[in-house]
Design a protein around this ligand. Structure first.
Ligand code: 4NP
Length: 149
């Protein structure tokens, strides 16, 4: 799960998807394309939004996406089109590029919809992000379990 800061959207996406998959079969992680929040806990508003929905994401720490992630992970879900461009710019092969998907494409195929960055907004932006991610992760989790039974 990749966003810009790895403190708002992708930590929620990591927590939500991990909660929908069997832990012994799948590794879910998140990263940011930016370096500002390396080692930081998720934003307080993401922590609170997750907790209100029964998820504790307080163990997560920010890290920066790197080219090594293309080999470490089978699927790379990005939150918006700018994350997509930043991640694709680090890809070296077609195999790497094929791993990268816009996460809302799973729910709205071909519509190119972004998960909006809630960082500079209000709490309700985080609630909306949570709902979008929860819905799309239901679909992602179902597909992953079908593909990797
Ligand atoms: P995120 O939100 O990409 O959803 O984690 C942001 C958090 C921090 C910054 C930008 C976006 N920032 O510029 O520090």
């Amino acid at each position: 799960m990749v966003c810009l800061g790895n403190i708002c959207r992708s930590p929620l996406a990591e927590g939500i998807l991990a909660s929908k998959l069997p832990k012994d079969k799948f590794t879910v992680d998140s990263a940011g394309t930016g370096h500002w929040h390396i080692g930081h806990q998720p934003d307080k508003r993401s922590l609170e939004t997750a907790l209100r929905n029964g998820l504790d994401i307080s163990h997560q720490r920010g890290r920066q996406f790197s080219a090594a992630d293309f080999d470490a992970f089978d699927y790379i879900y990005v939150m918006d089109n700018s994350n997509y461009a930043d991640v694709i710019a680090l890809a070296q092969t077609d195999e790497h590029r094929a791993k990268v998907r816009l996460i809302l494409d799973e729910m709205f195929p071909g519509e190119n919809v972004d998960v909006p960055d809630p960082y500079y907004g209000m709490q309700n932006g985080f609630d909306m992000v949570y709902r979008m991610l929860d819905e799309t992760c239901d679909i992602v989790a179902k597909r992953l379990m079908e593909k990797h039974p």
